[in-house]
Design a protein around this ligand. Structure first.
Ligand SMILES: NC(=O)c1ccc[n+]([C@@H]2O[C@H](COP(=O)([O-])OP(=O)(O)OC[C@H]3O[C@@H](n4cnc5c(N)ncnc54)[C@H](O)[C@@H]3O)[C@@H](O)[C@H]2O)c1
Length: 292
């Protein structure tokens, strides 16, 4: 199948690698030459790692690369595509514009997937006219090559057949699929992770335990690879605050941000990217020991 991935960032490059590995011809389009170069380098590195780990042969890795093309022309990337996965930044206007441009040149019945983390599929689809029936939320997780889940999200206009095709495509990439049947902010996964982190924040602000102990408790008791506070630092606390504010507007007070979180964001303690969040970080991003 011919697959177009639009946006060659963290998510797009991983999704493109998955598609090419699964045997599809995959063209990645991005407006930034620099992003395309970085995507190529990151895919090369990831494939080399998989070969080293014995998860694919050197020949399979080389074949995967022959199925992959990168271009700065979005129209060229999408031309004739049977599946399009959009992974441009999380802005409604941008996603609408990119998808409507892409839908014009892709195959007339192309499956249109958006990798939005939390925007409304229905709202994104309003720019697509009749093609909105072919749009579905296709939420991959970071890093896409390693994370097993794809959360499919149904917009108001999404057709049954679109959902079935999206499932087949994602399963063909080796993913396990869950379906969020309604276009509801936070879908399934973002709601759960937001509420878990909020409860950890509340416990921290009540002085129940240190950030480290709260993270350790969640990691070891529930087998999470990272603690919720640590993960918040990793993704950026400004991003998290924006997400919970959006969820509170949609679902009510149970997603209300804590005062402590608002203060941290106001003070620029945004996590790893600013050197301080729940923990402190050196300039190369490594976590500093407590009290250092
Ligand atoms: N990073 C994550 O952990 C994560 C997880 C799940 C979903 N998502 C979602 O995936 C999407 C992409 O996120 P990301 O982290 O890969 O972002 P990113 O910033 O790493 O990549 C986005 C890419 O889109 C490109 N781009 C911008 N405008 C474009 C245009 N008009 N046409 C083509 N390309 C354009 C940028 O140059 C950039 O390379 C977002 O909707 C995000 O919410 C991200």
């Amino acid at each position: 199948m011919r697959v177009a991935v639009i946006g060659a960032g963290i998510m797009g490059s991983g999704i493109a690698q998955l598609a090419a590995t699964a045997g599809h011809t995959c063209v990645v389009g991005d407006v930034s030459e620099q992003a395309l170069e970085a995507a190529r380098a990151s895919i090369d590195k990831s494939l080399a790692r998989l070969v080293k780990a014995g998860r694919m042969t050197a020949a399979e890795s080389a074949q995967t690369l022959t199925r992959l093309e990168l271009t700065a022309s979005i129209a060229d990337a999408a031309a004739g595509a049977e599946v399009v996965v959009e992974a441009v930044p999380e802005r409604l206007d941008l996603k609408r514009a990119v998808l409507s441009e892409v839908a014009r040149v892709a195959s007339a019945d192309a499956l249109l997937g958006t990798n939005t983390s939390q925007l409304s599929i229905t709202s994104i689809g309003t720019s697509l006219g009749d093609a909105a029936g072919r749009l579905v939320g296709m939420h991959f997780f970071n890093p896409p090559v390693m994370m097993r889940l794809v959360e499919l999200v149904r917009g108001l206009a999404t057709a049954d057949q679109t959902l079935a095709r999206a499932r087949e495509f994602a399963e063909g990439l080796g993913k396990q699929v869950v379906v969020c049947r309604k276009d509801s902010p936070g879908f399934l996964t973002s709601r759960v992770s937001a509420i878990l982190r909020l409860e950890c924040l509340r416990m921290l602000e009540e002085g129940l335990a240190s950030a480290e102990d709260i993270d350790t408790a969640v990691k070891l008791a529930f087998n999470h690879p990272m603690g919720p506070l640590e993960l918040g630092d990793f993704n950026g606390l400004d991003t998290y605050l924006e997400a919970v504010d959006g969820l509170a507007a949609a679902h009510g007070d149970r997603f209300r941000a804590t005062i402590g979180l608002r203060n941290m964001v106001a003070a620029g303690r945004l996590g790893r990217k600013t050197g301080q969040g729940f923990y402190r970080y050196a300039s190369d991003g490594t976590r500093q020991p407590e009290g250092a």
